[in-house]
Design a binder for this molecule. Structure first.
Ligand SMILES: Cc1cc2nc3c(=O)[nH]c(=O)nc-3n(C[C@H](O)[C@H](O)[C@H](O)COP(=O)(O)O)c2cc1C
Length: 281
């Protein structure tokens, strides 16, 4: 991809994403890499073509090259190659059976076990067993997940994270034999895309990029504008929980998210994490 083509691709992708015009200087270095990032889309349909173990290992190594809080290295990646184990996990997510069809399925795990172990090994006190420990491991795992997705995209693979693996964390934990002080952050389906996929519009940059400090803003107006822009570009194919909320005349992002979070989900995740040995205070 030439710099010129990349500049055009970035401008087009970001215009679709954010609903505003972007001027990209073709002299800016690294535009092909930015074009890939700007045109991100999750992939949920894959060709029945395997990914070699060597390539998966390479992508894991690239992902685990990501920065890590205090160099604590609190993320592990489980390559779930065993069909029975994957089935056990997928069976907890009945509305996403397509996860089973992905050529590869990985689990990104937050691992807070090694740090207290190092304290014990080096005979030091560990007075930092509080929420930040769990949070650091979760953040590290999220960064590794995102880096894996970027690395996968660079070689032409598509992927889709799966936080639904936290719907039934005890079953997932038992299937993967997750030790104490480890927890699933997200799964990841990976494969060669069967279709191009589409760009999902995001909230405007005026909503999510803040200059210096938060001031008075018309958040409701911004959400409404986003609802309308998004509905025009990528209308939802079906409405959520129609039996409970009926058929909305206008169904936008905020209606969908409000309906999604009107149902209790993962209410016992804190209890699961505490049971895994973390202190969340
Ligand atoms: C941490 C995380 C968890 C996600 N979990 C799921 C999931 O369980 N199932 C799913 O189909 N997509 C999941 N996604 C994908 C999002 O739905 C997707 O990123 C979002 O709709 C925006 O679409 P885009 O990635 O194509 O821009 C997840 C994404 C992230 C970052």
């Amino acid at each position: 991809m030439t710099q010129q083509t990349a500049a055009r691709a970035i401008a087009a992708a970001l215009e679709e994403r954010f609903g505003e015009t972007f001027t990209v200087d073709p002299q800016t270095p690294g535009l092909p890499a930015l074009a890939e990032i700007a045109s991100h889309r999750s992939h949920r349909r894959f060709l029945p073509r395997p990914i070699s173990p060597e390539l998966l290992r390479l992508l894991c190594a690239c992902a685990l090259s990501a920065p890590s809080k205090s160099d604590l290295q609190q993320c592990d990646i489980v390559i779930v190659g065993d069909a029975t184990i994957r089935r056990t996990i997928v069976d907890t997510i009945p509305d996403m059976p397509w996860i089973m069809d992905a050529p590869a399925f990985l689990m990104f795990v937050g691992n807070g076990a090694r740090l207290p172990l190092a304290a014990k090994l080096r005979e030091k006190p560990f007075p930092n067993d509080h929420l930040d420990q769990f949070f650091n491991a979760a953040v590290d795992a999220a960064i590794v997940l995102a880096t894996f997705m970027r690395a996968a995209a660079a070689v032409g693979l598509g992927s889709c994270p799966i936080s639904a693996v936290r719907d039934h964390p005890r079953i997932v934990s038992a299937a993967l034999r997750l030790p104490q002080r480890t927890f699933p952050v997200a799964g990841l389906c990976v494969g060669w895309p069967a279709e191009a996929g589409a760009i999902t519009p995001r909230l405007s940059l005026a909503t999510t990029v803040v200059e210096n400090a938060y001031g008075t803003r018309d958040v409701l107006g911004e959400i409404d504008a986003y609802d309308r822009r998004r509905a025009a570009l990528r209308p939802y194919r079906r409405q959520r929980s129609v039996a409970r909320w009926g058929e909305a005349k206008f169904y936008g992002w905020s209606e969908d998210k409000a309906r999604q979070y009107a149902e209790p989900t993962r209410t016992d995740f804190g209890a699961f994490v505490r049971g895994k040995g973390f202190c969340l205070d």
